[in-house]
Design a binder for this molecule. Sequence first.
Ligand code: HEC
Length: 159
Amino acid sequence: MPHTLRLAMVFVIGFSALAVPVGSQEPQEPQPKSRPKLEPIAETKLLMEGMAHPNFRGVERILSEKQAEDKSWTFARGQALLIAETANLLMLRPPKNQGQATWFERAMELRAQATQLAQTVARKDLERSRAALGSVAASCNRCHQSFRVPVQITAFEEK
Ligand code: HEC
């Protein structure tokens, strides 16, 4: 018997043994006793340089093309969603003492704007996507202003 087939059979047998119902009720998923605690690992600066900024520039580049290909739109949607996920990671890193409420508000705003951008990009709506990227830039800047970070993000800057 070829090796892979034998392996597959073992798997099928093993699996069906598991599937035998224990009682008359639906088997319940065991609930985890505790959820792992989320912990920030990288510096905020690294999230900016490695995630927020490159994904922002990536979407900007694709939205600057006259006729973006289908796969570019798909890629840009992914980049917009990664900006939204970066906002989730920012929520793990509020400033230690003051300004936590503002930080969470700004991060939630970035998440909402980036999610909105992903939706317009998914529809390949160039005009709305360009406007949505402008709104993402505005929410980057609102946080930078609130925390006195001298970084100004501009979409479609003349180069
Ligand atoms: C919730 C607040 C917040 C949001 C939202 C935010 N940033 Fe930042 N950003 C910061 C902070 C704080 C720093 C300073 C980090 C440091 O130097 O320790 C920073 C720094 C930066 C830097 C400079 C990094 C360096 O090399 O010094 C860039 C570039 C940047 N952000 C890009 C962006 C972009 C692009 C977005 C939006 C897609 C964004 N940021 C959204 C808080 C934010």
